[in-house]
Design a protein around this ligand. Structure first.
Ligand code: PEP
Length: 241
C-alpha cells in the first residue's frame, strides 16, 4: 500500500495567489515520487483552485445540506473531487469544542458519501494515553460498519507534539501504534486492526520523517507547520519514497 503524506495547511496562506503558488511548487517538487500519495488539505475556499494532487478538507459538517449556516457538507466536498477529510483535529477539539460524539457523526456522513476520514486522536501532556486513546477510539468509531474500515485513516497526534518542535520518539510512536491496534482489535476484530492505516503527526520535519516510516510502524505522516515550506515538505515526501 502507498504511504500517505498529508499536508495540513491549517488557516494558511492568506491569499489564493499564495495558495496556488505553494500548491504548484509542491506538485512540481514531488512529481517524481512513486510510492507516496501526497494529500494537500488547504482551507475550504482554496479547494476548487488546486488541481493535480489529492485534496483533503480540514473539517466538515455532518449533514448533506440544509439550514446549517456557515457549514460545508461532505457531499459538497465530494463534488469538488476532494477525497479526504481531517476530523477530530486537536485544534477543532480545543477551539470549536468538538467532542467525540460530534466527530463520530461527521465520520459517518463522510463515509456515507465515499470520502476517507483522517481521524485525529492523541493525548495531551500529562494525560493517561491508554485511557484517552481508548475513549477517543471507542466513541469516535461507535457503530461504524466493519466494511468501512478500509477507508479510515487514524492519525496519532499527541497534542503536546503539535506545533511545538517536540516530536514523539520513534519508540513511543511504535508503542502507540500497537496500542491503537490493540484497542481496535478489542472493539472490532484482529483483521481490522491489522489492516487499518495509522499515520503519525506532530512536529514532523525533513530530518525526522524517514525514521517514522522505517521504524515507527506508521504508514504515513500528517504534517502541519512544515507543509507550508516547499523545500521542507518536498524533503519529507522524498525521504519516505
Ligand atoms: C497538525 O496540525 O496536524 C500537525 C501535526 O502540526 P505540526 O506538524 O505543525 O506539529
Amino acid at each position: 500500500m502507498q504511504k500517505l503524506i498529508v499536508a495540513n495547511w491549517k488557516m494558511n496562506p492568506e491569499t489564493a495567489e499564495e495558495a496556488k503558488k505553494l500548491f504548484d511548487s509542491v506538485k512540481n517538487g514531488v512529481k517524481k515520487v512513486k510510492n507516496i500519495e501526497v494529500v494537500i488539505c488547504p482551507p475550504f475556499i482554496y479547494l476548487p483552485l488546486l488541481k493535480g494532487l489529492a485534496l483533503g478538507a480540514q473539517n466538515v459538517f455532518y449533514k448533506e445540506s440544509g439550514a446549517f449556516t456557515g457549514e460545508v457538507s461532505p457531499l459538497m466536498l465530494k463534488n469538488l473531487n476532494v477525497q479526504y477529510v481531517i476530523l477530530g483535529h486537536s485544534e477543532a477539539r480545543k477551539y470549536l469544542n468538538e467532542t467525540n460524539e460530534l466527530i463520530n457523526k461527521k465520520i459517518k456522513e463522510v463515509l456515507a458519501v465515499g470520502l476517507k476520514p483522517i481521524i485525529c486522536i492523541g493525548e495531551k501532556e500529562g494525560e493517561d494515553k491508554n485511557k484517552v486513546l481508548q475513549e477517543q477510539l471507542k466513541e469516535c468509531l461507535k457503530s461504524i460498519e466493519k466494511k468501512e474500515f478500509e477507508k479510515i485513516i487514524i492519525a496519532y497526534e499527541p497534542v503536546w507534539a503539535i506545533g511545538t518542535g517536540k516530536n514523539c520518539s520513534i519508540e513511543e510512536t511504535m508503542n502507540s501504534v500497537l496500542l491503537i491496534k490493540k484497542i481496535i482489535a478489542d472493539l472490532y476484530k484482529k483483521e481490522i486492526a491489522e489492516k487499518i492505516r495509522i499515520i503519525y503527526g506532530g512536529s514532523v520535519n525533513g530530518k525526522n520523517s524517514r525514521e517514522y516510516i522505517l521504524k515507527g510502524g506508521v504508514s504515513g505522516l500528517l504534517v502541519g507547520g512544515a507543509s507550508l515550506d516547499v523545500n521542507e515538505f518536498t524533503q519529507i515526501v522524498k525521504s519516505v519514497d
